[in-house]
Write a protein that binds this ligand. Structure first.
Ligand SMILES: Nc1ncnc2c1ncn2[C@@H]1O[C@H](COP(=O)(O)OP(=O)(O)OP(=O)(O)O)[C@@H](O)[C@H]1O
Length: 278
């Protein structure tokens, strides 16, 4: 029996509207993510991946609006919920990990303050045992000394550490859906592997669904169950990773798979494979 959809996006369209400019940036995007499923979203730069994620979080820039379509979260239409209920749901049940996590933190407040504010923003009592919940979540995402992390300011932490704090906030809030928008882009390879391992482990242990945006097809091959390919604001092809990678139907998907092979099926990869075998 297939598990129910945590997120269901139906014909989502997003339009830019400024004084002079009107433009459709995302058109008729539809996909579903089920419990415990990892869905990859790939596509060329500027095709609308991040805007799609921001729309799901209710965080679109002021000039961009959702003009068509509906988003269901656990069977409930997000748009028809009261504004406060929507805000509460997004953040309490849906969390996002960004490529540039610094933009999500305020440098003048400690990590402790961010944990406290997140809980309070979603209706918890400020005197609840924030400290214990935060320490537990920070330990879960691999911090050896979580108590001391609570006293740090964001500017004292690396991008990889702040991403782990974002995942810890999601763990503490017990979200059901995590959206990771290019979580490895700004990291060195060791930190990349650490973040991907962390996402895999946390999603597995907590039964989260994951929407993973990346340009890296190896990451999709390794982590995702399904994949949707975007181009020019629309999804041109979607299906299981096995189906799409084995027999891509759309010329754009075929082109990116071919480009990936020519880039990475390289001498370096062969040498690495040999050294692993030896
Ligand atoms: N605040 C904004 N105002 C106007 N246009 C915007 C804004 N944000 C994004 N866009 C435009 O919307 C389109 C989609 O942008 P988006 O950031 O979603 O692309 P993307 O697929 O995530 O790209 P990348 O892979 O490079 O991150 C682009 O043409 C971009 O220029």
């Amino acid at each position: 029996m297939t598990s129910p959809a945590v997120l269901s996006v139906e014909n989502l369209s997003l339009d830019l509207s400024t004084g002079r400019q009107k433009k459709r940036l995302v058109r008729n995007v539809s996909f579903q993510i089920r419990e415990r499923e990892v869905m990859g979203l790939i596509g060329e730069s500027g095709c609308g991946k991040s805007l799609t994620c921001l729309a799901l979080m209710g965080l679109l820039p002021a000039a961009i609006r959702q003009t068509e379509g509906r988003v269901f979260f656990n069977g409930r239409v997000l748009d028809t919920l009261e504004a406060t209920e929507q805000r509460s749901l997004r953040g309490r049940k849906i969390a996002m990990v960004l490529q540039n996590p610094m933009s999500c933190f305020d440098n003048i407040f400690t990590i402790r303050h961010h944990f406290r504010e997140t809980l309070v923003a979603h209706g918890a009592q400020p005197d609840r045992d924030v400290e214990a919940a935060a320490v537990k979540a920070l330990a879960e995402v691999g911090f050896d000394d979580p108590e001391s992390v609570l006293g740090l300011y964001p500017f004292q932490m690396s991008g990889g550490m702040l991403q782990r704090v974002m995942v810890a906030l999601a763990v503490m809030m017990e979200v059901s859906l995590l959206i990771a928008d290019e979580p490895t882009t700004d990291l060195d390879v060791v930190a990349q592997a650490r973040v991907l391992d962390l996402l895999t482990r946390i999603c597995g242990e907590h039964g989260l669904a994951l929407l993973l945006v990346t340009h890296d097809l190896s990451v999709i091959a390794r982590m995702a169950d399904d994949v949707a390919v975007m181009r020019g604001g629309a999804i041109v092809e979607s299906g299981t990773v096995t189906d799409i990678f084995h027999s891509a139907g759309h010329p754009y998907t075929q082109a990116i798979l071919k480009a990936h092979m020519s880039l990475y099926e390289s001498r370096l990869e062969r040498l690495l494979m040999q050294s692993i075998k030896n």
